[in-house]
Write a protein that binds this ligand. Structure first.
Ligand SMILES: C[S@@+](CC[C@H](N)C(=O)[O-])C[C@H]1O[C@@H](n2cnc3c(N)ncnc32)[C@H](O)[C@@H]1O
Length: 259
């Protein structure tokens, strides 16, 4: 490896860890420092460690994600994944044979979406860019130029769908921020490391759902603020998407508790 290359994740070009970043396991390659676009302020590889991942794998061994009997088409429970992006949150439901409807742009806009009959559960993850505390310095400008209200429109559209569909359970997610001013206190606050993914990103959950079983692991510090999420800077759509992907451990824990 030359002086200008480091070991990094083939998929997202971050240089944190050894076996694959926490989102894309197993795809580490030697990449040039210029290529690490998503972590522009920090190109030094962090001392590799895979202990927390191992710890998680051991702790989650007992979780059986396979359905015992496949359901016939007409009996499949409908799950709406509103503003679902990559579909990472609803993936355990999909893999277990539920009828998952990914309602996300560009294919579907929640502001124009009519829910079907017999919705069983709703997961909602409206964009947090205009609410999250990490962007607090822009709130005033966004209030003035209309972005706050536009984003609130998406939150309201999700709540309208929930009210129309009246599912057995529903949940709305957003990172710590000012949404509490308008939709009240969350039911639960968590970090991904509470459910096995070794990083922090304080996140709120509102809704009506069953308690999740925690699988706590130690978060790995990879930046002065803590997790790789803060280190993954940049305004590109790609890095924004990476920052907002639902952590696998949380998605599995949520599925286990709400079926
Ligand atoms: C916070 S991210 C959700 C990420 C998701 N949990 C995942 O694991 O990929 C919000 C998503 O909502 C989508 N989105 C933004 N505006 C939308 C709209 N009006 N209707 C539906 N989806 C929208 C964005 O494209 C983005 O993928």
């Amino acid at each position: 490896m030359s002086l200008n290359t480091v070991i990094g994740c083939e998929s997202c070009k971050t240089s944190i860890g050894r076996k694959g970043c926490f989102l894309h396991s197993g795809n580490w390659i030697s990449i040039s420092k210029e290529d690490i676009k998503s972590a522009p302020n920090s190109t030094t590889p962090i001392k590799p460690t895979d202990t927390p991942r191992k710890e998680w794998e051991e702790k989650t061994e007992d979780i059986n994600m396979t359905p015992t009997t496949p359901l016939p088409e007409e009996k499949k429970k409908i799950i709406l994944d509103l503003c679902g992006g990559t579909g990472a949150w609803s993936r355990p439901y999909k893999e277990a044979g539920y009828d998952v409807r990914l309602v996300t742009i560009p294919e579907h806009d929640v502001r124009k979406y009519e829910p079907p009959d017999n919705v069983y559960g709703i997961l909602a993850a409206p964009p947090c860019t205009d609410f999250s505390v990490s962007g607090a310095q822009y709130w005033k400008v966004k209030d003035k130029d209309g972005r706050t209200i536009d984003s609130m429109g998406i939150v309201m559209a999700c709540l309208m769908i929930i009210a129309k569909a009246q599912p057995k359970f529903w949940v709305m997610e957003n990172p710590v921020g000012r949404l509490v001013h308008w939709i009240g206190k969350p039911k639960l606050t968590f970090n991904p490391c509470d459910y096995g993914d070794p990083y922090t990103k304080k996140t709120y959950l509102w809704g009506i759902f069953n308690e999740l079983k925690q699988i706590p692991v130690k978060p790995i510090r990879v930046s002065s603020q803590g997790s790789w999420v803060q280190r993954l800077g940049g305004k590109s759509a790609k890095t924004k998407e990476l920052r907002s992907i639902t952590p696998v451990g949380f998605a599995n824990a949520f599925f286990k508790a709400n079926q």
